[in-house]
Design a protein around this ligand. Structure first.
Ligand SMILES: Cc1cc2nc3c(=O)[nH]c(=O)nc-3n(C[C@H](O)[C@H](O)[C@H](O)COP(=O)(O)O)c2cc1C
Length: 141
């Protein structure tokens, strides 16, 4: 069974709600999961997991959150080459450009990006279901 790290940053709870649904999907698929705040994850933790789900909302101007998430992600990305990863996050007024950039960046770094889910603000039922499916994807890859 896959042991999955769900590593996220959430300022107002929307991406956190998505993380909870991703975790539900992992568990429904028979995997085990740890939900981890971005500031609590480091490169040394990578070897403890089979697969990874990273969550961060659109911040700045279509970028990752700069104070906690991006420094953590910068540090762990090299250790994730060849690993199965899914990405998720919430946004408001944009079009999902931050997620397109993030997927491209991760792919260029050699991560095996299986899928991603974005949700407009607080994830509605459809977005929650997409997050559950994302959890199943990462747990069974
Ligand atoms: C400082 C700041 C910058 C933001 N920049 C963007 C942006 O570039 N594009 C966008 O679509 N939404 C942007 N948003 C909106 C957030 O992505 C949105 O509120 C999201 O739901 C926050 O998720 P969270 O509850 O997990 O923190 C920004 C919000 C803040 C506070």
């Amino acid at each position: 069974m896959a042991h999955v790290a769900i590593v996220f940053w959430s300022g107002t709870g929307n991406t956190e709600a998505m993380a909870d649904s991703v975790a539900k999907g992992v568990r429904e698929a028979g995997g085990t999961v740890n939900l981890i705040q971005a500031g609590d994850f480091s490169p040394a933790d990578v070897e403890s997991y089979d697969a990874f789900a990273f969550g961060c909302p659109a911040m700045g101007n279509e970028i990752l959150e700069e104070d906690e998430f991006e420094p953590m992600y910068d540090a762990v990305e090299p250790a994730l080459a060849g690993k199965n990863v899914v990405l998720f996050g919430s946004y408001d007024w944009g079009t999902g450009e931050w997620m397109e950039s993030w997927e491209q960046r991760a792919t260029d770094a050699g991560l095996n990006v299986l899928d991603s889910v974005i949700a407009n603000l607080d994830p509605d039922g459809e977005a929650q279901a997409a997050c559950v499916a994302l959890g199943k994807t990462i747990a069974t890859a």
